[in-house]
Design a protein around this ligand. Structure first.
Ligand code: GCU
Length: 616
């Protein structure tokens, strides 16, 4: 922590900083104290008097001091007053993780910022400065764990040679309070252990994992544990042996339990072999297992029931498994959100889920209250600026800040990030904030307004393909989701349809149950409504669809104009980068709008109102 303060303060204040050993007095006083138990193992306190002669940073642990040190630097860098500080800060969630979908060959699944920063070839011998900077950046926003490998796991990460490489990274990250985790391929005992089965109830399989885990902890005593994707999208899992997810998770949980390790078992499961609405499948499979998991198992649930769409209702699993700790999985990498090209600030989307009311224990039972940790699928690669789009780092930043304190507003987080990344000038702060805060809604409007979902191109998940109907699995095809026909559009998930609504607490479901009162944002998630359906704005559904798609394009154009106003204040390189990217985003917003409206028009059989641009 001293190193961080010396580096930063010397630069900020323009003079060398010295540390002295004296109990009190003037300056910055840093101390570990056991007196304040409420700080826990990660919290910190920052206090100063009215004259600002002394600032005291205290914590119970070195990591607490590190977090407090970064907080102080942030206050300074964002030009906050340092007098009369009385800050007592502890993380609201114990687990604050990044999930890398990085493969051992450095290809990053759904990664848009270059290849993986983890160079497995030169590890463990070569420690890239980037590993250290990565740890510093994460620690500065409170992230305390990282899963290094893709959920579509490669068993070879568990071989002795690779574990040496993992150990090297763990050694770099440890001083920054960051634990390493790995993904475990369920069939590893067969693929690398030479066994004929990976059946979790077979003693030789259990022993294989116990041995492997022992080997890992010998090298990395604070290893965090495993993240597992099993029986999902072709990955191996316990169901291959007619065992349940709980059987599989518990077998691994028993192996790591003696070392205080945890298992994060993903609930991202769906199958085309069942005729059941994909929306309902994770809940159907996991809810009955509540109470059957070991104490050190967490079930990791994506924010919504389908897959990281621009807007999803919260997954009905939140609040539905009271006996099982849940991990929230958000996606920082913008797989369905314009990838590395579109400017989309995701904090409002994260907040929308976290603040949603499950009603499970009465009004005010927010999703936040049902989770014990948050994981963000990382958007980091080896690009020179780490995340490719200059605004994409804001999403990494927001994840850390929200995991520390989910009550923080998207606006506060945006402002902090802008001040640290671009400038403290009021015009820059205000204009960037406007751009960021409208960006997610703009994207929803030009991609999937009114509750449309999963209408993007197959495989790459980038542009529009609402007509997509050729994949072998129905549940991969866009037409499965929008169900447009001459009568109307949308997926009926009420009691007369798939009845996915019944998976929510009745009070939560009530908000969406009636197409006349369901908020426009979620309408087509839950209802198949006629093209003439009257919207709260007075427009028909078709007119509203035309309005929203055009509004999305208009919003991007506004973002372009706002950015232009900042030219005098931003360095040429980054200014141009964002300007060019916004140009692409504008063209692609038009592409989405025209493709979707022209396609849906075949069913609505109605004209696009004359006030809008004619699709090309
Ligand atoms: C999406 C994504 C895959 C990923 C999967 C997962 O389907 O397209 O690349 O593996 O989610 O979260 O497991």
């Amino acid at each position: 922590m001293k190193e961080e303060l010396t580096q930063a303060l010397s630069r900020m204040l323009g003079k060398p900083i010295t540390f002295v050993n004296q109990p009190d007095g003037a300056g910055l006083i840093i101390r570990t104290t056991s007196a304040n138990a409420s700080l826990g193992s990660e919290g910190f306190q920052l206090q100063s008097n009215a004259t600002n002669t002394a600032i005291t940073l205290s914590a119970q642990t070195d990591i607490g001091l590190l977090y407090g040190g970064f907080h102080l630097l942030r206050l300074m860098q964002t030009r906050q007053p340092l007098i009369q500080l009385n800050i007592h800060s502890t993380p609201k969630l114990a687990l604050r993780l990044l999930n890398h979908w990085d493969n051992l060959n450095r290809y990053v699944e759904r990664g848009y910022a270059g290849i993986s920063i983890f160079n497995w070839h030169t590890l463990p011998g070569y420690i890239d400065q980037r590993y250290i900077d990565y740890a510093r950046a994460n620690a500065s926003i409170g992230i305390n764990g990282t899963v290094l490998t893709n959920v579509n796991a490669n068993a070879w990460i568990l071989t002795g040679d690779y574990l040496q490489k993992v150990k090297a990274l763990a050694d770099v990250f440890r001083p920054y309070g960051i634990k390493v985790y790995l993904t475990a391929r369920f069939s590893a005992p067969i693929e690398m252990g030479g066994l004929s089965t990976a059946d979790p109830l077979q003693p030789q399989v259990q022993q294989w994992w116990q041995q492997k885990v022992k080997e890992i902890y010998t090298l990395i005593p604070d290893f965090g544990g495993f993240l597992v994707k099993a029986n999902s999208e072709g990955q191996p899992g316990p169901q291959d042996y007619k065992r349940t997810h709980a059987d599989g998770a518990n077998m691994l949980a028993d192996a790591v339990a003696p070392y205080n390790g945890i298992i994060m078992w993903r609930a991202f499961v769906y199958s085309h072999e069942t005729p059941e609405d994909r929306f309902k499948q994770a809940y159907n499979e996991f809810k009955p297992l509540d109470g059957q998991f070991r104490k050190n198992v967490m079930v990791q649930v994506k924010n919504g029931p389908i897959d990281f769409q621009p807007r999803e209702p919260f997954s009905p699993l939140f609040g539905a498994m009271p006996q099982t700790p849940l991990m929230m999985e958000f996606q920082l990498t913008q797989e369905y959100l314009g990838q590395g090209t579109h400017l989309v600030y995701e904090a409002p989307m994260f907040k929308e889920t976290l603040d949603a009311d499950t009603h499970i224990n009465g009004k005010g039972s927010t999703v936040t209250k049902s989770v014990s940790g948050i994981a963000g699928v990382a958007n980091i690669g080896n690009d020179i600026n780490w995340c490719s789009h200059p605004f994409a780092q804001a999403n990494w930043y927001a994840l850390g800040k929200l995991a520390w304190n989910p009550a923080q507003s998207s606006e506060t987080i945006a402002e902090e990030w802008i001040r640290q990344t671009w400038s403290n000038k009021t015009t820059v702060v205000n204009t960037c904030k406007q751009i960021m805060l409208q960006s997610r809604e703009a994207m929803v409007n030009y991609m999937t307004p009114l509750g449309l979902h999963h209408i993007m191109g197959n495989g790459h998940h980038y542009g529009p393909l609402p007509w997509g109907n050729t994949l072998p699995r129905a549940d991969w095809n866009p037409v499965y989701y929008h169900r447009a026909d001459s009568a109307g559009i949308g997926f009926n998930r009420t009691a007369t349809g798939s009845n996915a609504l019944a998976q929510y607490h009745p009070a939560a479901a009530a908000a969406w149950a009636d197409s006349n009162t369901c908020s426009s944002e979620y309408l087509l998630w839950f209802h198949h409504v006629s093209w003439q359906h009257r919207m709260p704005t007075g427009r028909s559904l078709w007119q509203e669809l035309c309005f929203r798609y055009n509004q999305g394009v208009a919003q991007v154009r506004t973002m372009q104009q706002q950015w232009q106003q900042l030219q005098p204040y931003i360095d040429k390189e980054r200014y141009t980068q964002v300007q060019l990217m916004l140009g692409i985003q504008q063209r692609e917003a038009v592409w989405w709008r025209d493709a979707c409206l022209l396609y849906f028009q075949q069913f609505s059989q109605q004209p696009i109102p004359a006030q809008y641009e004619k699709p090309a």
